[in-house]
Design a protein around this ligand. Structure first.
Ligand code: ADP
Ligand code: MG
Length: 486
């Protein structure tokens, strides 16, 4: 039960100590150390000082009592009380003058039975020996009594059976002890003040960089990565500040990169949307202009055919209508093929690429070499589409900008990835300049498409030196088979 209370108290104390700031902790430690030290030191000094002073008072008193006993021995032998009183009073006033640092409170002569022969004070005023029945110590023939304020020394008067009692005040000793204590207290207060100031300065030095760090951490938590903390000193906290700065720097760089990536992606997406819209416009126009016209022509032709049938010469007109229909069919096929080459779905990537290369070769008056090595017969549909669009964009760029004699496309699988190289011997360009302009939608699209599969694009081009695009897309055939087998 007691243990429980104690552990509870300990926890409470620990909670309080843990809850206050470092400054309060340091101040508390400094204060309690100074106060504890001060109290111990003051107590010790007081104790030693009082003991020494009382010892010397004792020595002095013993000698004084001895000489007084010698002085009065004759009168005591003759029991001359009146004469003795006079002598004792003289002695008392003599030793109580300011030139002596001891004060004699009383002198009297009594025997062991308590009978008083003579006293420096009136009989009722003298101090009865009964107050301190047992001496605190014996010193040769002297008995010493002490009640805290008066030191009483009794010495036997030679050959008489009487003792001389001398009472000395210890007030000056108490006064000295109080003086010294007060002085020490003042010193302790000064020490507390100095310790306080030193502790405040120390905690300021200690906590300033920590508070800086806390503020900076808050700022980082709010998303402000530009904050840096000063390195105040070359100590552990300095190390912490350096580590912190390195961390925020890394965060800042990462945030920049992320923002840049987001910006590019956004740009790409909006570009894609615009391109899609343009494509729809183009298809709509194509449908309207060519296919629509063909169908109109067909409608008009059918009308004519009806009349011609009545006249009996429909043969030639039917032939013409067949031409119109087959033309319209070609147009629809062309539009459909541009939208998505069905050969990609029907025959797979290799055939689709061959047709693509063929088409560019015919239309653009340049040689297109297509090499495919070690490709699996079929790839996932999304990957096939991505590769097809990448090659298409590469060839379109060559046709549009390169003014090349030859273009070459190499696709193969190596080291768990599919590699595509699209090269030309044309005019080339400066990839850095293109990367900075926001117009590079095609190349950006290649990068994005490859990126969807964890792949990368590298551009190697110099003005006048042709262009090479290197695309690598991670691909593992085994994992692929696993997916395909249900
Ligand atoms: N094979 C190439 N030869 C020369 N210049 C090229 C080639 N490919 C791309 N470029 C240059 O890079 C620019 C960006 O190409 P791209 O990203 O495909 O955008 P877009 O085709 O819409 O202009 C082109 O405008 C062109 O100047
Ligand atoms: Mg392009």
């Amino acid at each position: 039960m007691n243990d429980l209370i104690r552990s509870n108290l300990l926890r409470r104390a620990w909670n309080i100590a843990g809850g206050v700031s470092i400054r309060v902790k340091v101040l508390g430690i400094v204060l309690s150390v100074i106060i504890a030290l001060g109290v111990i030191v003051i107590y010790q000094i007081r104790d030693v000082l009082t003991t020494r002073l009382i010892d010397s008072l004792e020595t002095q008193g013993i000698a004084l009592a001895g000489s007084m006993a010698d002085l009065v021995s004759n009168d005591v032998g003759l029991r001359r009380s009146n004469a003795l009183v006079t002598v004792l009073q003289e002695q008392q006033s003599h030793y109580s003058s300011n030139s002596h640092n001891t004060r004699v409170e009383f002198i009297y002569i009594a025997n062991d039975a308590g009978e008083v022969l003579a006293s420096s004070r009136t009989l009722s005023g003298h101090r009865p020996i009964i107050d301190a029945p047992e001496p605190i110590k014996m010193h040769d023939d002297a008995a010493i009594y002490f009640d805290g304020t008066i030191l009483e020394i009794a010495r036997p008067i030679r050959n008489t059976g009487w003792n001389l009692h001398l009472g000395l005040s210890s007030a000056s000793i108490s006064q000295t002890a109080i003086d010294v204590t007060l002085r020490l207290l003042v010193i302790m207060l000064i020490m507390i003040a100095v310790g306080f100031a030193a502790a405040i300065f120390l905690t300021w030095i200690l906590t300033r960089p920590i508070l800086d760090l806390v503020a900076a951490t808050d700022a980082v938590a709010q998303g402000d990565f530009s904050r840096r903390v000063p390195r105040w000193a070359d100590d552990e906290i300095g190390e912490l500040a350096t580590a912190f700065n390195a961390m925020t720097e890394a965060l800042e760089t990462a945030a920049h990169e992320r923002a840049e990536r987001d910006r590019l992606r956004e740009q790409y997406i909006s570009g894609v949307i615009v391109a899609q819209e343009n494509e729809r416009k183009r298809i709509a126009r194509e449908l309207h202009d060519s296919t629509g016209q063909s169908l109109t022509a067909l409608l008009v032709g059918l009308q004519d055919l009806k009349q011609a049938q009545a006249n009996g010469n429909s043969g030639a007109r039917i032939d013409r209508l067949r031409e119109v229909v087959s033309h319209a069919l070609d147009e629809v096929r062309g539009i459909a093929w541009r939208l998505r080459p069905s050969v990609l779905d029907d025959l797979g990537l290799p055939s689709a690429l061959e047709r693509l290369a063929d088409q560019y070769q015919r239309q653009q008056n340049m040689t297109v070499d297509l090499v495919m090595r070690g490709l699996p017969p079929r790839l996932p549909q999304t990957l096939e589409t991505a590769i097809y669009r990448i090659v298409q964009e590469g060839l379109t760029n060559i046709a549009r900008y390169a003014q090349a004699q030859t273009a070459s496309v190499v696709i193969g699988q190596r080291d768990d990835s599919i590699r595509i190289i699209i090269e030309d011997d044309g005019v080339g360009f400066d990839p850095k300049q293109i990367a900075q302009s926001s117009k590079s939608l095609g190349l950006q699209g290649i990068r994005e498409r490859a990126g969807l599969f964890g792949g990368t694009l590298e551009i190697d081009s110099t003005p006048g030196g042709g262009t090479s695009l290197f695309i690598a897309i991670p691909f593992q055939p085994e994992a692929q088979e696993e997916i395909q087998t249900p």
